[in-house]
Design a protein around this ligand. Structure first.
Ligand code: SF4
Ligand code: SF4
Length: 302
């Protein structure tokens, strides 16, 4: 099953049909137990997980996010040297999903967004001149999937309701917006530091470690959150996740989403000034060295 939960347009050769549509589109599809292709889609997986998918699954297994990530996922880079995503790890030496059983999906109530959408693909798009993303959809038609031949017709908005996708999309919206913003901002935002990329991974996917970070004294020394808000965030994983997206907008894009303590704000200002001066000095030194090289070179015969 290719991941139909994608944030870009389909590439040529992809099973995603090039026509995109809105959620009023009528499609013909049904997946049901007993169909001849039962489990074919789960036998060859390529499924990206949203932060909310991970939250649901780690809750189901009553495990920590760190253990879940280690056992059931593999990280990947969405773009070179940029933010990371997480995919479901197939069975050892195979391509099937670890959650597949002869009866079907063993985590059905908490199955990931991509599995819920299939065979519809969500295409979250954002133009450089737009501030909000737009959802459109496409249909994935893979030859092994016989669900397209079933007689049921359904409009995409009803299919999304049936698959509980409104909740899943709503709670992962902040994450999608971060990805779209990162992709559409290009060099104007600059290269994220290694630390901010690590924070992105922890805050989006390793929620238990992020919770410890938010509860730490170091965090409270920097961010000025009312004690009650902090308590609410730390008591509720879904709140914590939404807070993670807010914090990342501040760290990655400089949006002022969470107030800083005055001393921390002053320190940050000084640090940024220092960094700016250092970069300017380094650039000036480089220019001077290049000029020296140019004046020395004529006799060098090079
Ligand atoms: S999580 Fe469930 S539906 Fe998704 S690929 Fe695995 S077995 Fe299939
Ligand atoms: S109908 Fe499609 S989605 Fe359902 S089991 Fe078959 S291949 Fe998978």
């Amino acid at each position: 099953m290719d991941d139909p939960n994608t944030s870009g347009l389909p590439f040529s050769g992809s099973p995603v049909l090039p026509q995109t549509f809105d959620d009023s589109k009528l499609i013909q599809f049904q997946c049901r137990k007993g169909i001849a292709c039962w489990n074919a889609c789960c036998s060859n997986i390529d499924i990206s997980l949203t932060p909310y998918d991970i939250l649901r699954l780690k809750r189901r297994f009553e495990t920590s996010s760190g253990e879940f990530l280690q056992r059931y996922t593999v990280p990947y880079e969405m773009e070179q040297n940029s933010i990371a995503g997480v995919k479901l790890r197939p069975v050892e030496n195979g391509t099937a999903c670890q959650f597949m059983t002869p009866e079907g999906c063993s985590v059905y109530e908490d199955r990931p967004t991509a599995c819920r959408y299939y065979p519809v693909a969500l295409l979250s798009l954002r133009r450089q001149d737009e501030t909000t993303d737009r959802a459109s959809y496409a249909l994935v038609e893979e030859p092994h999937c016989l669900g397209h031949r079933e007689p049921r017709r359904i409009i995409v908005s009803d299919y999304r309701k049936e698959q509980v996708l409104e909740e899943y999309d709503e709670l992962a919206r902040g994450w999608r917006q971060l990805i779209l913003k990162k992709k559409s901002s290009g060099p104007s935002i600059g290269k994220p530091t290694k630390r901010s990329l690590e924070l992105f991974f922890m805050a989006c996917y390793d929620l238990d470690r992020f919770s410890q970070f938010v509860a730490s004294e170091g965090f409270s020394n920097i961010y000025d959150l009312p004690p009650e808000s902090l308590r609410n965030i730390l008591c509720d994983d879904v709140e914590l996740l939404q807070f993670a997206f807010r914090l990342l907008r501040q760290v990655l894009f400089g949006e002022e989403t969470i107030p800083l303590r005055r001393e921390a704000a002053d320190e940050r200002r000084l640090r940024l000034q220092d960094r700016k001066l250092r970069l300017e000095a380094e650039a000036a030194a480089r220019r001077a060295a290049e000029q020296d090289g140019m004046y020395e070179d004529p006799d060098s015969g090079v």
